[in-house]
Design a protein around this ligand. Structure first.
Ligand SMILES: Nc1ncnc2c1ncn2[C@@H]1O[C@H](COP(=O)(O)OP(=O)(O)O)[C@@H](O)[C@H]1O
Ligand SMILES: [Mg+2]
Length: 344
């Protein structure tokens, strides 16, 4: 695989260290009100606190999992980190540079390096185009390749890398593929551009369980082969165990706990993490006890006026008076962090 493996070698030679960082990222969306209502009530505009002060550090070769219920701000955080939307405040650092200050060439490099695959792989593929066109058009754009045979070679290589036979598949259209195959094509497209960081936003949520496992195994294999770094967004904590190196648990726009994946599973610290684990069907006798003390209460509150104090207090069976008024500071012990008044 001359083209892909060359890229791979380039990835490997990169010194270990931070490749990307979010620094205190905030993203608020204004809530649209009718102008009449706004004039009558004279209230300041409301905001959806989609992401509210998130910092995270991505090391070369990491598989970061960002986990939380629907509505916790995972996709918004990913979109900010991908430089698709601007943060309200805070910064995204890529290779030591604030992405909002990248010049045209750097931005071009960023768009090659940092790729995304989505939950619904069908929607990411133009139904009118053949797989060859889907793979070759971004190659033309990013590498300025004119030679038809080189485009065929590169597209074929990328398909082979994700386990699809180019001789059979290059001329086909997206509707001729299963969901799992379509996700493979999306991964092939990211690979062919020489992606170094792949954001995967719920990449297997729409797939059958057996296909989910195949895609995750493929992604793991590709990570080793090409030295990739993943940022994996999911509502399903159980999925992360075999896959992630580090887990960030997100609740109503904030990170409530982070740490190495095994620590999170063996000894979750934050009541919300415990709740997420209690709702995953992984047998663990140690955990059965804690399940009794953590009773999920109600639904995730609105991010428009998030609860004061600890945002989780309205659903936390252990909440004390202080949780309702004071925001917990983030405590760091070794390589773990958590924000809870009740954990020391
Ligand atoms: N473009 C937008 N405009 C207004 N609100 C938004 C927008 N995008 C997301 N939100 C809101 O931000 C919150 C977080 O959404 P999202 O990042 O999609 O969470 P998740 O991916 O964890 O489900 C939700 O309440 C959602 O409705
Ligand atoms: Mg989402």
């Amino acid at each position: 695989m001359p083209y892909l493996s060359l890229e791979g070698v380039a990835h490997m030679s990169e010194a270990n260290g931070t490749i990307m960082k979010a620094e205190n990222v905030v993203k608020l969306f204004p809530v649209k009100k009718s102008s009449l209502l706004a004039a009558l009530t004279r209230k300041p505009p409301d905001y959806v606190h989609a992401v509210d002060g998130v910092s995270l550090d991505v090391q070369v070769g990491d598989t970061i999992a960002i986990v939380g219920e629907s509505g916790s701000g995972k996709t918004t955080l990913a979109r900010v980190m991908l430089n698709l939307i601007e943060p309200t405040s805070g910064k995204v650092i890529w290779r030591g540079k604030d992405v909002s200050t990248l010049d045209k060439n750097e931005l071009f490099q960023f768009r090659k390096d940092v790729q995304i695959i989505f939950q619904n792989p069908g929607g990411a593929l133009n139904p009118r185009k053949s797989i060859f066109r889907i793979l070759s058009e971004p190659l033309k754009l990013h590498f300025n390749i004119k030679s038809g045979s080189e485009l065929v070679d590169r597209a074929s290589e990328a398909l082979l890398a994700v386990g699809l036979n180019p001789a059979i598949h290059l001329d086909r259209h997206p509707h001729e593929f299963s969901g799992g195959q379509r996700q493979r094509i999306c991964i092939a497209r990211a690979l062919s551009l020489g992606a170094k960081i792949i954001f995967a936003d719920e990449p297997v949520s729409s797939l059958d369980v057996s296909i989910q496992a195949q895609i995750l195994i493929l992604m793991k294999k590709l990570k080793e082969e090409f030295g990739l770094t993943y940022i994996f967004v999911t509502h399903d904590l159980a999925l992360t165990r075999s896959f992630a190196s580090r887990v960030y648990v997100m609740y109503l726009g904030e990170i409530v706990e982070s740490g190495p994946v095994e620590d999170i599973f063996m000894e979750p610290l934050h009541p919300y993490t415990k709740l997420l684990l209690a709702s995953t069907p992984v047998p663990n006798p140690k955990r059965a006890r804690s399940r009794e003390t953590i009773i999920p209460v109600g639904e995730i509150p609105s991010p428009i006026n998030p609860p004061p104090g600890c945002r989780f207090h309205t659903r936390c069976a252990l909440a004390k008076a202080i949780c309702k008024t004071a925001k917990p500071v983030v405590k760091t012990v070794g390589n773990r962090s958590f924000a809870c008044h009740l954990v020391n």
